[in-house]
Design a protein around this ligand. Structure first.
Ligand SMILES: Cc1cc2nc3c(=O)[nH]c(=O)nc-3n(C[C@H](O)[C@H](O)[C@H](O)COP(=O)(O)O)c2cc1C
Length: 214
C-alpha cells in the first residue's frame, strides 16, 4: 500500500533509477498528448543551499507568497473536517500535545527541510500555457511519478506547503523565471523504523464518493 513517506535514509537514488522513474511517469496520459509538465530534480549542493534558505525563511517568519491557490476558500465543511482530523491524528501519532507550541513548530518546520530528503523533484508548468485542465494532466503525471517511485521501494511526499517561497526556488533553480512551480516531491529510500513513516491516513467509505448508475 502506498502512503506518504516523510523520513529518508541518506542513500542517494542512482541516476539510472531516477531516469527509469521519470521515463515510466512520462507514459502518463494527457489531453491531446500535450504533456504540459516540467520536472526538475534538485539535489547535491543546490538542494542543501535551497534547504538552508528555506529553513531560514520559515524560522524568520518570512511572508509566504503562493503563485496559485490550491483549495476552495473557505474549505467545504466535509473537507475541513478531514483536514482537521488529519492534523490531529498526525500530532497524536508523533506524541505531540496540541498545546506544545515548540514541538508543533518543529513538526511544521519539517516541511521546510523537505523532510531531510537528499533529492527533491519539483513539478512546474510554463507560465501562461495552462488552463484548469492542464492541472489535471500534471496531477496524472504526479501520480504516475509517485507510483513509479513506490514500485521501486522508494517513498515520497507531495508538498504544496513549500510553494510558499517561489522567489527562493527561482534563486536556487536557474532558468525558471518563465515557469510556475506546482509542487515539491521529496523522495528517497524510506527510513523503515521512523515513526512518521508508520502513520497511515484514513479514507472515507466508498458510499461517500462512488455510485453506480445503470
Ligand atoms: C497536492 C498535495 C499537497 C500536499 N502537501 C503536503 C505538504 O505540504 N506537507 C505534507 O506533509 N503533506 C502534504 N501532502 C500529503 C497529504 O497530506 C497526504 O497525501 C494525505 O494526508 C493522505 O495521506 P497518504 O499520502 O499517506 O495516503 C500533500 C498531498 C497532495 C496530494
Amino acid at each position: 500500500m502506498r502512503k506518504s513517506i516523510r523520513a529518508f535514509t541518506s542513500e542517494i537514488v542512482p541516476a539510472d533509477v531516477v531516469q527509469g522513474v521519470v521515463l515510466g511517469a512520462s507514459r502518463a496520459p494527457s489531453s491531446k498528448n500535450t504533456q504540459p509538465w516540467k520536472l526538475l530534480l534538485v539535489q547535491g549542493a543546490a538542494l542543501e543551499n535551497l534547504r538552508a534558505d528555506y529553513l531560514a525563511a520559515f524560522n524568520s517568519g518570512k511572508g509566504m507568497s503562493f503563485e496559485y491557490v490550491y483549495s476552495p476558500d473557505p474549505l467545504p465543511e466535509a473537507y475541513k473536517k478531514r483536514a482537521v482530523d488529519l492534523g490531529k491524528a498526525f500530532l497524536i501519532h508523533k506524541g505531540i500535545g496540541r498545546e506544545d507550541k515548540e514541538k508543533r513548530r518543529e513538526h511544521d518546520s519539517e516541511n521546510y527541510k523537505f523532510f531531510g530528503a537528499k533529492q527533491v523533484f519539483f513539478l512546474a508548468l510554463n507560465k501562461g500555457e495552462y488552463n484548469s485542465g492542464t492541472f489535471l494532466d500534471c496531477g496524472l503525471f504526479l501520480q504516475a511519478l509517485i507510483t513509479e517511485l513506490h514500485n521501486r521501494g522508494l517513498g515520497c511526499c507531495p508538498q504544496y506547503s513549500v510553494m510558499a517561497y517561489p522567489d527562493l526556488l527561482r534563486k536556487h533553480i536557474p532558468n525558471t523565471e518563465n515557469q510556475m512551480f506546482l509542487l515539491a516531491l521529496p523522495f528517497g529510500y524510506p527510513q523503515a523504523d521512523h515513526i512518521v513513516n508508520a502513520f497511515v491516513t484514513q479514507r472515507e467509505s466508498l458510499e461517500t464518493f462512488f455510485r453506480v448508475v445503470e
